[in-house]
Design a protein around this ligand. Structure first.
Ligand SMILES: Cc1cc2nc3c(=O)[nH]c(=O)nc-3n(C[C@H](O)[C@H](O)[C@H](O)COP(=O)(O)OP(=O)(O)OC[C@H]3O[C@@H](n4cnc5c(N)ncnc54)[C@H](O)[C@@H]3O)c2cc1C
Length: 390
């Protein structure tokens, strides 16, 4: 097993402050996250205390306004932080991305009263969030969701089942999309539900191929009452809120994918320089050198693509098509790079003694979450063909 800390990635960062921030994140990642990743992923242990540390260090609200406790960092900086965290352990990088997704609705569409009541604790007060869109029968076709919220006096009663919820059962708050009106996207409303709400229960977490430290669970809403003050945005605006969060969230997944791929390349390179066959380090053989060169090129291309999309977002320009492209390209690159990393390590790559087999299993989920890569291609094609097309 290679315990050598990988060389820092050469990054383009806009300010001295952002360079210091990345240095802090690398230090936390190397000291608190990376050394425990293999053992805890194997045991399926969720590192709640790491999220408490990240919150204390101001790393759970980075891309949000300072008014309510956010870090006021541009997306190009926030995403590179996610990349570093995911390179150390995907459960943490993806967890921060999902938490940020769960804050997106309230930060973007909540009233000032709602924001001042809830955002400080969400962005830096130690709370952890989850985002509840998917259901057992509504995955890619999320607008067909059936969880209902029915008006009752000055509040709402939510009933139904959400599926595949990252942090399901361990989150302190849930951003929940529920049907309050007609079928389809126009009948959906967003709510902020506390984790300890009466009638809210989590099932036993799914047994997954990888990402085992990150709990993914069904959530049952059995007549969960929330006051109207916990409705985010207008009635019927929920799907717009959900999709806006996903545009930003997809960039988070892209950055996490590049982190996983970078970690795999670092491992493969270190191994190839060390391992000798036929009297030479295997890194001397052109067959492997070309493979390593292709892996590194995919990573640089993916990083450039997600940063280009992030910079559009930071400039206030539309970035939805580029976010879908970044999610598609970076997660496919992560799958290819991690698979090649296993190949570079030969038989040892196929064992749990080295992290590359875990990274390969983790890369797979990134092609599925926050819109599968087939759905990303649909989004990109719709942008190309125009809004009237299917
Ligand atoms: C580990 C994990 C964590 C997750 N975390 C969350 C979370 O925190 N919150 C949340 O809301 N959801 C979460 N999800 C759910 C995730 O977003 C869905 O799994 C994903 O959207 C796909 O939905 P599905 O699994 O129902 O697949 P389906 O929609 O049933 O798709 C099955 C297959 O059909 C393909 N397909 C479907 N429709 C089309 C089409 N029109 N054209 C071409 N191909 C199509 C898909 O690409 C896929 O390959 C998570 C999932 C996983 C595995």
């Amino acid at each position: 097993m290679n315990d050598r800390a990988p060389q820092p990635v050469e990054r383009q960062l806009p300010t001295e402050e952002s360079r210091d921030l990345l240095a802090l994140v690398r230090e936390i990642a190397q000291r608190e996250i990376r050394p425990r990743a293999a053992e805890e992923e194997d045991a399926g242990r969720f590192p709640r205390e790491v999220f408490a540390l990240l919150s204390e260090s101001g790393l759970l609200g980075l891309p949000y306004d300072g008014e309510f406790g956010g870090g006021e960092q541009p997306y190009e900086v926030y995403l590179q932080v996610l990349e570093e965290l995911a390179a150390a352990r995907l459960t943490v990088g993806l967890g921060v991305s999902v938490h940020s997704l769960a804050c997106h609705g309230l930060a973007g569409y909540g009233t000032k009263e709602q924001q001042s009541a809830h955002l400080p604790a969400m962005l830096g007060g130690g709370l952890l969030g989850a985002y509840c869109l998917s259901e057992p029968a509504a995955g890619s076709d999320a607008a067909s969701l059936r969880t209902k919220a029915v008006r009752d006096g000055d509040g709402w009663v939510i009933t139904g089942t959400k599926a595949w919820i990252t942090h399901g059962g361990v989150a302190d708050f849930y951003t929940v999309l529920a049907r309050t009106g007609v079928e389809g996207p126009k009948g959906i409303t967003a709510f902020l539900v506390p984790g300890d709400a009466e009638g809210l229960t989590a099932a036993v977490p799914e047994k997954k191929m990888g990402l085992k430290g990150s709990p993914t669970a069904q959530l049952h809403f059995d007549g969960v009452r929330v006051p109207d003050s916990r409705r985010i945005g207008e009635e019927g605006q929920g799907f717009t809120i959900a999709l806006a969060a996903l545009d930003a969230g997809r960039l988070g997944i892209a950055a996490c994918a590049i982190g996983v791929a970078q970690a795999a390349l670092d491992e493969a390179l270190a191994y190839a320089l060390d391992r000798k066959q036929f009297g030479h380090p295997i890194a001397d053989f052109q067959g492997l050198r070309f493979m390593l060169a292709d892996m590194a090129t995919k990573i640089e291309a993916g990083r450039a693509l997600y940063l280009a999309a992030a910079r559009l977002r930071d400039a206030g320009k539309p970035f939805s098509r580029q976010a879908a492209m970044a999610k598609l390209f970076c997660t496919d690159a992560a799958m290819a790079v991690t698979t090649d990393a296993v190949q570079v390590l030969g038989g040892y790559g196929y064992t749990a003694d080295f992290p590359v087999e875990r990274l390969m299993r983790e890369a797979k989920v990134l092609q599925i979450v926050e819109g599968t890569n087939q759905i990303q291609r649909m989004v990109i094609a719709r942008h190309l063909a125009g809004p009237e097309s299917r």
